[in-house]
Structures are given as C-alpha cells and as structure tokens.
Design a protein around this ligand. Sequence first.
Ligand SMILES: C[S@@+](CC[C@H](N)C(=O)[O-])C[C@H]1O[C@@H](n2cnc3c(N)ncnc32)[C@H](O)[C@@H]1O
Length: 283
Amino acid sequence: MKDQQTIVNNARDYYSRFGTWFGYTLVLGRAQHFGRYNAEHRTEKLAQRNALEQFARVLAPRKSDKILDAGCGQGVVAHYLAEHYEAEVTGITVTPHEVDVATKLARHRSLRGTTQFELGDFEKLRFKDGTFDKVFTYETLAHAQDVERAAKELFRVLKSGGKAVFVEYEWDYDKFTAEYQKTFDFVCKYWGGFGVRQFGKGEFAKKLRKAGFVKISELDVTAEVRPSMKRVKKLTAPLRFLVGWNEHLAKHFANNAGGNFYEDAVALRAFRYKVYVARKEAK
Ligand SMILES: C[S@@+](CC[C@H](N)C(=O)[O-])C[C@H]1O[C@@H](n2cnc3c(N)ncnc32)[C@H](O)[C@@H]1O
C-alpha cells in the first residue's frame, strides 16, 4: 500500500500536468466533475450548470454560512456558492496551480471577500474543531489514502448540527474484467487515487457512520452523469491508443487517455455515482 505522502504527491503531479488542466478546461469547462443531464439539460454546458444547481439545492447554503470545499480544483463549485448564495467558502487542494487559478478567477468575479483558496490536505486539516457550518467533497475522496481518516477530519471541523455533502463514487470491484482492470491500474498509477479499494458497495456510508456522522442518505445519479461520461469517452478516443502504445507519453494525458474509464465501468455495472448527505448531531 502506498503511503499518504506518495498518494498526495501523485495527485498533485496529476493535477499539475498541462494535459490534465487542458482536458478539464476544454472538455468540462474548468469543472473537474461530470455534468448532470436531463430532458432540459442536453449540452455539457447546461449539464454542468445543472450539476451545480442540484448540488446547491442539497447543500442548501445560507448567507454567510462558513463552508469547506475539500478538494476544490479550480474553484468552480466554491465560486458558484459564493456568487449565488453569498456563502463564505474556503477551498483546499494539494495542487498549487489550482490555488492560483481559483484565486485569480475569484478576483475577476469580485469574490475575493467571500472565497479563499489555499493548500491543504483533507486527511490533515489545519482548522479548529467546529469551524464550518457545512463541508463538502465533490469527486475528490477517491484520492484519499484513508477515506475514514478524511471523513473523521471533515466531521471534526464541522459544527454541531452542521451538514456534509459528498458527491463520490461507488465500485463493484468483483465486476471488473481483466481488460477493465488494466485501465483501472493505469488510472490508479497516474491519477493518484483509487489505489486502495475503499469504495465497495455500501462502504462509504459505513465509513461516514464510523466517523460520527448521522442521518446519512444517498442518491444514485449515475443515469444523469452517464451522458457526460460518454461524451468524455468520445472526445478522448484519439488519445486512447497511447495507453497501450507508450505509457510514459500517456501519463501526461492520463485523464484524456483514460477517458473510457468511467463509461466502461458503468456499462459493466461496476460503478455508481452518488450524492451522500450526512449530519453532525446537534448538541
Ligand atoms: C477531480 S478533482 C475535483 C475538483 C473539484 N471538487 C471540482 O468538482 O471541480 C479532485 C481535487 O482533489 C484535490 N485533492 C487530491 N488529494 C487531495 C487531498 N489529500 N487533500 C485535498 N485535496 C486533494 C485535487 O488537487 C483536485 O483539486
């Protein structure tokens, strides 16, 4: 098993690569998560907007709420919450380039007063107990070396009565084919995540309970994100041959070259995309 620092370094390397930044910016419009499609939201732009709206509806931020975005990427979610709900959002990431981009974009949108971005690791948070009204992760905890430790940290910094929302993945590892395992191993190696099998059926909710969270609910929205996954698969098809042909070149385009990663797992019924809501009991 890789140690925590190695996993953090791998994630940082992955998100610092030009190919990664280029892929997210071009294909998902800076978001580092999938769009949510439905009858009215049939383009990626609209689906991305819908993903933010649906997420905000669940998190239900209030004006001046202190919110932690753990694994904030380029700040797309934090900016949205600050702009539309006047919440005070702190975003943390292990990737210095993302802190710079998120901060610059906040300045352009006059959100410097309500957002702040900094380097930080969700397994070792610098914040005092009970700092935040709400905490969330959005397609992030797959990078954790120890998901339970991250959940405990997020629980610790949440105020009593506070709410946590996690948009995360669930896998059926026993449904993997040998061929799928090969793609999975490539993504693990160059993405800085998934290395330890911590997201089996029902496992995440159990870890949240062990961390102290109560009133845990989960919603499976795989069908809504699948068109976004299919789109990524289609757009990245020209790069995919790199994975088999030259691994060292492929690693620079790990997210592009591994573009069939999610859609193929959904087709195998080995993957679900879920929104978890949990609470810290009020004192
Ligand atoms: C798939 S991106 C999601 C970004 C953002 N939540 C979004 O939806 O656009 C995962 C993010 O997690 C960050 N990350 C990875 N490991 C981390 C850790 N140990 N602590 C904090 N952030 C981490 C990465 O730097 C990246 O910003």
